[in-house]
Structures are given as structure tokens and as C-alpha cells.
Design a protein around this ligand. Structure first.
Ligand code: GDP
Ligand code: ZN
Length: 350
């Protein structure tokens, strides 16, 4: 059977089948995966089999630990004795090749990152939004821009929509609370869900500043989500140490299933990655810079302020929004302030 890992439960894994997502089966991971140093991660497409006697004698494999990845070294904790002998009927026998793997929060095969930007209350923070787009580009995850609270400042909504439309992103201006524009986004998500590969899945996560309206929007889009996640008190459980836990929730989209990755971790996506971003990758992570690269007068052009810079020329001609280039400069400067030794150290744990 082919399934999707939807949560880790102390060395066991919740797996759901694409064609029967309402039912979760609890699995252990087969010993062979440990030998390959491969921990199943939420979002993995996996193959599941009935557990054998030998499987049942194996120690459990702990789930991917986002923190361990940063410390470097092996991501595998040593199995603990008391884990032996847990009785479950199924095993994960194989993990399909990953399309992407986010380390913090740990989630595999995320397809879409919805970057939620409010027009007002709180003031839009485009630098943070641009950092999200850069991270997503680097992980091979598609960004969709949601401009929320359009009701509060329609003019600002149009301006932000223009900035990201020019950059080449899908943009949905809407009002999560009032409902205007929510249907267009839901239709888009449904289309994407219907495009899922056979036995595979399409997933997304909502990121953005606190107060941007992520919870309101998710509730509007997926009325079942609150039911699935269990309680309204969930927010209070979101302490400092919960950021590493991701859970995938199958949302029924009229004939398709869209898998929502839910974790408080997405509001503070791994910005520490910027510590060890090679400079030359930064420019190419701004997708609208792409057709300029290699066309500047100086081959080592930083695109900050050089004469004959193709990026600056495109910006001046209106092909690159001023705010996007400002973010580029800010991120570039932030990176430059990271000492070389730290950069190296971080590269090692990449
Ligand atoms: P989160 O922290 O990103 O999950 O944000 P919430 O969903 O909790 O929303 C923060 C506040 O913004 C709440 O008081 C919402 O009612 C409000 N809000 C969300 N969407 C909209 C909207 O489209 N228009 C307006 N005016 N308020 C909104
Ligand atoms: Zn340049």
C-alpha cells in the first residue's frame, strides 16, 4: 500500500492512504530504513506493509528531529530499550524520493507555501514576506501570495498584489474575515488537489506574521480543519517547544484532497538558513532577477548599486518592484554581517 506520513508519534508514524485519507494507520519503520539512516518524515510518500514477527522485535526509529539537523552529525537518536516490542500491525517499508525537505519545521514534499500578508493591522512586513519567498525558492517549494484584510485598505491591497504579480507569483487579494476573494483561492487549491499524482499528494502550509489572519483564512477555506485539529484551545498549547511538530491534515476539496501542514513553526520559518546562504544564490532566489543575471557590466556584480547593473536597470524600468530590490539589499547586508567561521560551520550542517 502507498501512503502519506501525517504525524510522528514517539517512534511510530501515523500514515494515511491517498484514497482513504479519513483513516489513519499507525506504523513502525522497518529496520532497513535505520540501516539507510532514513527517518520517515511528515509529508513522506511511503510504502506500507503488514508487520512481520521480525519487525515487531525491532527497536523503533525516532522521527526526523529538526534540531538535531542543526547540531550537525547524525540525525538518528539511539533507539531506546523501552521502545522495543510496541505492537502495531503495519510497517513503513520504503520512503519514496523526496521532492523537498524542510528541516525546521521538519516536513517533506511541501508543494505550496501560502505567504499571508495583511494590508494593515499589523502593518505589512514585506521584508519578511520576501524572506519567505527566498526560502521557498531554495527548497523548491512554490510560493502563493495571499494579500489579506483587503477590506481595511483596498488601495494597499492592490499595491502589494502588483508587487508580487510583477515578481511572477500567483496572488490572491482577499478578506478572510469577510469572505471576499476566499472562493477564488479555494478553487485554486481544489485544482491543485485534483492534480495530485496517483497515490501521491499535494500539500501546503500557511506562513506569515502573527495577526496576518492565517487561522481565520484556514477556517474559512477548510471548515473541517478545526474539527480535525480537535480544539480551539490549540493555540494555547503552542509553546516554545511545539514548533518542531508538524501534522498533515487531509482536507476534502470536492473530489480531491489537499493536505494542510499545520504547525506554529511556519510563522517562524527557518530564517537561520540565511546565515549560510551563499551570496550568488540570493540573487537567483529572486525569480524576477533571473533574466538579468549574467548581463551586468561586471561579472562579480552584487546588484546593490553598480554601474551597468542589469537588475537595477530592470528595476528602474518597472520590471522589478522597488520593495523587492530593497529586501534583496537588506538580506544581502544581513548575510554579509555573518562572520566567515559561522558561515562555514552552518554550511557543514546544511
Ligand atoms: P493569525 O495570527 O495569522 O492566525 O491571525 P488570526 O487569524 O488570528 O487573525 C488576527 C486578527 O485579524 C483577528 O482579530 C481576525 O479577526 C482579524 N482578521 C483576519 N482576517 C481579516 C480580514 O480579512 N479583515 C479584517 N478586517 N480582519 C481580519
Ligand atoms: Zn548587477
Amino acid at each position: 500500500m502507498r501512503g502519506i506520513v501525517t504525524r510522528g508519534v514517539g517512534g511510530l508514524y501515523g500514515v494515511r492512504l491517498a484514497e482513504r485519507p479519513e483513516e489513519e494507520i499507525l506504523c513502525r519503520a522497518r529496520g532497513i530504513l535505520r540501516q539507510k539512516k532514513l527517518s520517515p518524515t511528515v509529508g513522506d510518500d511511503v510504502r506500507v506493509e503488514l508487520a512481520t514477527e521480525a519487525d515487531r522485535r525491532e527497536p523503533l526509529i525516532p522521527p526526523e528531529d529538526g534540531e538535531a539537523g542543526r547540531r550537525g552529525g547524525s540525525r538518528m537518536k539511539r533507539p531506546e530499550k523501552r521502545d522495543r516490542g510496541v505492537d502495531v500491525d503495519y510497517v513503513i517499508d520504503a520512503v519514496e524520493e523526496r521532492r523537498s525537505l524542510l528541516i525546521r519545521p521538519p516536513v517533506a514534499n511541501l508543494d505550496i507555501l501560502f505567504a499571508v500578508i495583511p494590508c494593515a493591522a499589523p502593518e505589512p512586513d514585506l521584508l519578511t514576506a520576501d524572506k519567505l519567498t527566498v526560502i521557498a525558492e531554495n527548497y523548491g517549494i512554490e510560493t502563493v501570495i495571499v494579500v489579506n484584510k483587503a477590506d481595511l485598505d483596498p488601495e494597499k491591497a492592490r499595491e502589494i498584489a502588483r508587487i508580487y504579480g510583477t515578481a511572477g507569483y500567483r496572488v490572491f487579494p482577499l478578506s478572510a474575515a469577510g469572505g471576499e476573494g476566499v472562493d477564488a483561492l479555494r478553487r485554486y487549491i481544489r485544482e491543485r488537489a485534483l492534480d495530485a499524482p496517483d497515490g501521491g499528494h499535494v500539500s501546503g502550509a500557511f506562513a506569515g506574521a502573527s495577526g496576518a489572519g492565517k487561522s481565520t483564512l484556514m477556517t474559512a477555506l477548510f471548515p473541517d480543519l478545526r474539527l480535525a485539529t480537535g480544539s480551539v484551545s490549540r493555540k494555547t498549547e503552542r509553546g516554545r517547544h511545539t514548533t518542531r511538530h508538524v501534522e498533515l491534515w487531509p482536507m476534502d476539496m470536492d473530489g480531491g484532497t489537499f493536505w494542510i501542514a499545520d504547525t506554529p513553526g511556519f510563522s517562524m520559518l527557518d530564517f537561520t538558513r540565511f546565515d549560510f546562504f551563499p551570496y550568488d544564490e540570493l540573487a537567483s532566489s529572486f525569480r524576477e532577477f533571473g533574466d538579468c543575471l549574467g548581463k551586468c557590466r561586471y561579472t562579480k556584480c552584487t546588484h546593490l548599486r553598480e554601474e551597468g547593473c542589469a537588475v537595477l536597470a530592470k528595476r528602474d524600468a518597472g520590471g522589478i518592484a522597488a520593495s523587492r530590490h530593497e529586501s534583496y539589499v537588506r538580506i544581502y547586508e544581513e548575510q554579509r554581517s555573518v562572520p566567515e567561521w559561522k558561515r562555514r560551520q552552518n554550511e557543514g550542517s546544511r
